[in-house]
Design a protein around this ligand. Structure first.
Ligand code: MN
Length: 488
């Protein structure tokens, strides 16, 4: 299932180099490329074949302890899918010493060839294709495509450590999953407002005892201080979904029971250090929450809901996901929505497509399908529409479609129109504006059969424990881009 993956990790060990790794036969076949890959077809880069790495290493970013093999810091400099061309059997091509590959990453795109010259010495070259860029220098793009962080930032505040002595599926050990106890204590020690130093930034935080969410089921209400606590605790998990994307905020500065409004443009009074992106056609400046402190800033600004764009800032025309939004109409029973979700589960299994469900935190279920860069929004929208129509045909009494009037009594709405530029779904782990501060929570597919599952069952008070128990169920959205197969 899914596609073959590749990763280029910028690795500062004894000396800086780029580790170029491609998935072949269940491992990462690897080369160390001192000067890094280039899109310039005139450039031939020396690449030294090194030991295979386990597949689990593909998304690793963090530090390797000093004194162990490769000790230093690592960032995911680029990642995505790759396909062989010219030769359908990559293993045999590697044995012959010449492999032709096509990369679909965020930085590296197009056709490359890697050729053995002698022993472990190879050459990596980009072909002259439509992705070729003369003079392209990898050092000009130094940041992680996963977190938006630089090598120095990762070294200063690593979230993960790679312990090669442990089994590969447990070798990535959290160093610091979140904010420190000292930082949280500093927040608790503030009065109604003050300056909070968190994640290396100084933030002016205000109205800390203001109630932002009424309690539910007899629980205490959620104050802004608690929202900031949660945001800082979850930030390192959420930031990979926000890095490199414009962030639209659904703001409720008066609290979740007031009328919210969309804040898309970054306000003029935003701090200078906030990462941002100017959208070329409109000139609008957007927040890019590529570092944890930026998300904490957004929460303090009343951004209760975090909506990252479906496309990255470097290619806002190309969606990274196809989105299925199962949106209940008034009177739709949760049991009916589950029927629809299970039909989608079956369809994705049948198609061999890895798709990742989450409950919305309100009443619905969303399914994110990571796609490798290529299809336009019109194409992902058409694909989701066709999928929805096929599934709708099985249960015509349960569904209505995006082109129909919303809210036909008792019917769920299959809304494929979310697949458009600057239309967004809520980020995983984002709070939703409702009593108790529910969050949009990734689920495993088999949880659709759990009678206890509720669309708003997880809150900012319970999601941390669930993450610790179940792990990050949405991670494949970041690491497993696929080609959408034809549906008919
Ligand atoms: Mn290395």
């Amino acid at each position: 299932m899914g596609e073959l993956r590749f990763v280029v990790q910028l690795h500062r060990a004894r000396r800086l180099h780029y580790d170029f790794r491609i998935e072949v036969g269940g491992v990462l076949v690897s080369w160390a490329v001192p000067k890094g890959p280039s899109l310039d077809p005139k450039v031939r880069r020396a690449a030294f074949h090194v030991d295979d790495h386990p597949l689990e290493y593909v998304a690793f970013e963090g530090v390797i302890p000093a004194g162990t093999y490769g000790g230093g810091d690592v960032i995911v400099w680029d990642t995505g899918a790759w396909v062989p061309y010219k030769d359908p059997d990559p293993r045999a091509a590697l044995e012959r010493g010449e492999l032709h590959i096509e990369l679909h990453g965020q930085k590296l795109r197009g056709k490359f060839v890697i050729v053995r010259t002698r022993g472990d010495e190879w050459l990596l070259m980009h072909k002259r294709d439509e992705h070729a860029v003369d003079g392209w220098d990898p050092a000009a793009f130094p940041r992680s495509v996963l977190s938006g962080r630089s090598s120095d930032e990762v070294k200063a505040d690593p979230h993960w450590q790679w312990r090669s002595e442990l089994p590969a599926d447990r070798a990535a050990v959290p160093v610091r999953g979140a904010v420190s106890d000292e930082e949280l204590a500093a927040l608790d020690g503030l009065g109604e407002a003050g300056t909070w130093e968190v994640f290396g930034r100084r933030l002016r935080v205000t109205n800390l005892s203001k109630v932002l969410f009424p309690g539910r089921g007899g629980e205490p209400a959620v104050t802004k201080r608690e929202l900031l606590r949660y945001t800082s605790a979850i930030a390192c998990t959420v930031v990979p979904y926000l890095a490199g994307r414009a962030l639209n905020l659904h703001r409720f500065p008066g609290g979740s029971d007031t009328k919210g409004f969309w804040q898309k443009a970054l306000p003029g009074r935003a701090p200078d250090w906030l990462p941002r992106w100017r959208e070329p056609s409109s000139g609008t400046e957007y927040l890019v929450a590529g570092e944890p402190a930026a998300l904490v800033w957004a929460a303090n600004f009343g951004g209760l809901e975090w909506h990252p764009w479906t496309s990255p800032t470097d290619r806002p025309d190309l969606p990274s996901y196809a989105l299925v939004d199962l949106d209940p109409g008034p009177g739709t029973a949760w049991a009916d929505l589950l029927v629809l979700a299970r039909l989608h589960r079956t369809a994705f299994e049948h198609l061999g497509v890895a798709a990742y469900p989450k409950v919305s935190g309100r009443r619905g279920i969303q399914i994110w399908v990571p796609v490798r860069p290529g299809p336009s929004f019109a194409e992902t929208r058409a694909w989701v529409e066709e999928l929805s129509r096929s599934i709708g045909a099985v249960v015509p009494d349960l569904v209505s479609f995006a082109w129909e009037r919303a809210g036909r009594e008792g019917r769920a709405r299959l809304d494929f129109t979310q697949n458009a530029v600057n239309k967004t779904l809520v980020a995983p782990y984002s709070p939703r504006p409702a009593p108790g501060a529910p969050v949009s929570a990734p689920i495993a597919w088999d949880e659709l059969d759990d009678p206890a599952l509720r669309p708003d069952g997880f809150t900012i008070r319970t999601i941390g424990e669930r993450l610790a128990e179940r792990g990050e169920l949405f991670a494949g959205v970041l690491s497993n881009p696929q080609r959408l197969p034809p549906l008919s």
